[in-house]
Design a protein around this ligand. Sequence first.
Ligand code: PFF
Length: 445
Amino acid sequence: MSQRETWATRVGFILAAVGSAVGLGNVWQFPFQTGANGGAAFIVVYLLAVFLIGFPAMLAEFVIGRRAERNPIDAFARLGHRNWRVVGILGTLSAFWILAFYSVVGGWVIRYIIGSVRGAYFSGSEAYFGAVSAGPEAVAFHALFMAITVGIVAFGIAGGIERSTKLMVPSIVLLLGGLAIWATTLDGGGAGYAYYLSPDVDTLVSNIGSILPAAVGQAFFTLSLGMGAMITYASYLGRDDSLPIDGATIVVLNTFVGLLAGLVVFPILFSLGIEPGSGGLGAAFITLAGAFAQLPAGRLLGAVFFIVLLLAALSSAISLLEVVTSYLADNTSYSRPALATALGGAIFALGIPSAFGLSILAWYNAIAYNLLLPLSVLTLLVFVGWVDTGDAVAELRRGTGLSESGAVAWLWFVRTIVPLGVLVTLLLGLQTLAVDAGLLAEAIV
Ligand code: PFF
């Protein structure tokens, strides 16, 4: 088999991982999860979840990936624990599953760029969303989004993913920063900042049972954990970078972009008197498009906003496709373009049902958030914390000045607090799924 690929530069790896992390999760889900879960109170729990649970879990994925230099499935066998391949299979299946509906939403975004330029949603943003979010047109744009994703992955790690994310990530930050500065000029936007930035302790205490699973799920989704993506990206490192420093850079940049997105979205909504967090998965598209329709230069602002969203979605989608592609690239002699195309086609097919109804898409999303992600992260933590422990400490320290006791503290965290937090999240998530299933059954009967 030919030589395995690697990243050309360290910055390239970091930007690719930031590109994976920064996605629809930051610009679309995050502000609306915040709105739906009590505003700034949610942000407090979310930030704790990102740094106390997400960051250590990300390091666990890095440690597995860099040490094994293999795709997430074969990594476990390579580390001498064949039976644990099931954890990698779970992560890879999750990537397959999530990309299926992520690409449908990516398709909406392309549709909205065109719609912004033409002012197509200006006369009724709700009707427009209904028309474009489900049906043959949604399938067509889903296909287009997937085709672009395949096109980038086909060019490989350094030539496709690294090169494209080096352009996309800085563009996202600049454009979003520009929009955030513009948002400060909005009349009445001040209420948005207050809502967003000053937590209400009563809300936090009385709603912690629902805030916690939403915040942890959001932390995993936004950091691209539980889908083998960070294992895969770290497997192409092949060098002695500092994993803790790279990981911290990625987590901080991702959090920064999420907060920046909030500084765009909340002032816009409040300046127009729209309550954030109402409605389901379509809410972001409907309310924001409705807001652009009322603003001066709304076509331009709308187009810029949805271009940011597209770049963010693409740089995440390629990491999901890379997870599944890397498995076959490591194990077969088919060319990368052929593999990416075949897999992209299969994932496209899996996503088609979710392009035919918002409730189907919400179901795909709920399975991912409540079941696949926490289960996958939990099993991974058990592996690193309890099964493969000794080597993990050495791997984390490779290429850093991190002391032995620092690495041991991380491992202790990964053995105890982090999996406990994830377990609670998983149980609460399963409860949510069961309630949803009950409601569905009642609706059918
Ligand atoms: N982190 C991405 C987002 O916030 O939109 C979604 C994602 C990408 C999740 C890649 C998982 C993944 F492997």
